[in-house]
Write a protein that binds this ligand. Structure first.
Ligand code: SF4
Length: 475
């Protein structure tokens, strides 16, 4: 850690103090390992960060539980992208705080991630029994903070403003033995008007190709078959890289990882339309392990709204990009994010979005209602689209997207697709679940354990919006 870090320790402040909670909780006295419960909100990067936390705490001997009432340490890893997510976190913190006060005084409660980074001291002031506020770039030290708090029962705030530390690779805490996330970059330089990410995760930094390559080789040795590269904007990978002296780009990274034995599939998320290069599109077409699925956030189909959002592309440019991708990569699937109800969005602006979705026919859309995020440019605008209009527009787009997916799924009936078999369907050991190369979920029956295998499945029906099929062959 370098000396730019602003680090504060607050012991004996608020209602929890060394004197009031003088001893470690009983678990340590009875030689049991403390149990940790982690609740995660938000994107894949947050889920990855929770894996990092779990991995670091496992190394120190902590146990994990899925039941927060059994836990000695509760950590919530948070998201600031939408107001609703923040409200849910506060509801949990109040519940746990009350539980601690009434039932388990030695419980350690910590908030980590984006909300912690953004709110800092405010959260500690608001939640009386909270012990730890740990920002996004302090997560690699979570084990130190937990250890200290279990001894002292104090309160601590850890917010780093130096965004150059990259969390250590995660290997111990993988939930699945088939797929793994690999963070290749962090932060974002784009400053979209509605988004807090550049403020809570800092400017873009990329890991070196060599470091990523070594991590993926290690994952392959451990039996991982599919890696998903994570970054707020993977397409600008290594541009203006401040860590590695070696200049690379995302297409080159894909090529290097494609050559690693044992890895069968490579995915990535998420991409900004303005940074999607021809070299990357061709790499997806040419490299056999790179899956034909691209997530490129549209956000709005109205040029006026795109400009206000500071997205740096027009409706026409987005359409041209989609056409170029579809022309270059046969059978590619394109998914997107859309926001409705951005300030000043009129019915005409919304219909521009609606008609573009209808024309492009995305394979999936993640659609959200706008909510102002304090500190962003858009928070200075009047949030002038009434809630019921936002909801109406959301519903309209959701039902359009549902019809598009239904049509795409029907076209797959009778066709064979390649699946990487991930896991059993709950409660049915002979039913397996996996995804096609272009990210469509499929289930099928098999008496043989096919976990981790590439198989071909013939699609026979659609049930509950999901594809079902029969095993055709195993690769
Ligand atoms: S590209 Fe825009 S929306 Fe995405 S993380 Fe960066 S600022 Fe946020």
């Amino acid at each position: 850690m370098n000396n730019k870090i602003s680090q504060h320790r607050i012991l004996n402040s608020g209602k929890i103090s060394r004197r009031k909670t003088p001893r470690l909780f009983a678990r340590q006295d009875s030689m049991c390992q403390p149990k940790v419960f982690i609740q995660t909100f938000g994107c894949q990067m947050n889920k990855y960060d929770s894996e990092v936390m779990k991995s670091l705490l496992l190394k120190e001997g902590y146990e994990f539980t899925d039941n927060w009432q059994e836990a000695d340490v509760i950590l919530v890893n948070t998201c600031s992208v939408r107001q609703h997510a923040e409200e849910r976190v506060y509801a949990y913190l109040w519940k746990w705080s009350k539980y601690k006060q009434e039932t388990k005084p030695n419980l350690i409660i910590g908030i980590c991630g984006c909300m912690a980074q953004k709110e800092g001291m405010n959260i500690l002031n608001k939640i009386p029994h909270l012990n730890l506020v740990c920002g996004t770039y302090s997560i690699p030290r979570i084990h130190e903070f937990v250890k200290d708090l279990l001894k002292t029962g104090g309160r601590r705030i850890e917010i780093s403003e130096d965004y150059t530390d990259f969390p250590p690779p995660v290997h111990e805490a993988r939930e699945t033995k088939i797929s793994a996330w690999v963070a290749i970059m962090r932060g974002c330089n784009n400053y979209c008007a509605y988004c807090v990410v550049p403020y809570v995760r800092g400017r873009e930094i990329s890991r070196s190709v060599e470091e990523i390559e070594n991590e993926v080789k290690e994952l392959a040795r451990k039996g991982i078959k599919e890696v998903t590269f994570l970054g707020q904007n993977v397409n600008s990978y290594n541009i203006k890289n401040k860590i590695s002296k070696i200049k690379n780009d995302f297409a080159l990274l894909l090529k290097r990882i494609n050559d690693i034995n044992g890895i069968e599939r490579i995915r990535f998320t998420t991409s900004h339309p303005k940074d999607m290069s021809q070299a990357t599109i061709e790499a997806i077409r040419d490299l056999p392990k790179v899956c034909e699925h691209i997530h490129i956030a549209l956000q709005s189909g109205s040029d006026k709204i795109l400009k206000l959002m500071n997205r740096k592309y027009t409706r026409e440019q987005y359409k041209e990009l989609v056409e170029k991708i579809r022309k270059t990569i046969p059978k590619v699937s394109i998914t997107t994010d859309i926001m409705v109800g951005f300030p000043t969005e009129t019915e005409d602006d919304f219909m521009d979005t609606y008609n573009l979705v209808k024309e492009i026919e995305f394979d999936a859309s993640y659609i959200f209602k706008y909510s102002p995020r304090p500190g962003t440019k858009a928070a200075e605008f009047k949030d002038d689209v009434p809630e019921e209009i936002k909801q109406e527009r959301l519903n309209k787009l959701l039902s359009l997207q549902k019809r598009i997916v239904q049509k795409q799924n029907e076209e797959l009936i009778g066709k064979e697709v390649e699946i990487l078999v991930g896991c059993h369907i709950l409660k049915d050991k002979s039913k397996y679940f996996g995804k096609t190369r272009n990210f469509k979920p499929v289930s099928f029956q098999s008496d043989k354990d096919l976990t981790g295998k590439l198989v071909r499945v013939k699609i026979t029906e659609i049930r509950g919006g999901l594809l079902e099929g029969v095993l055709a062959s195993q690769n």
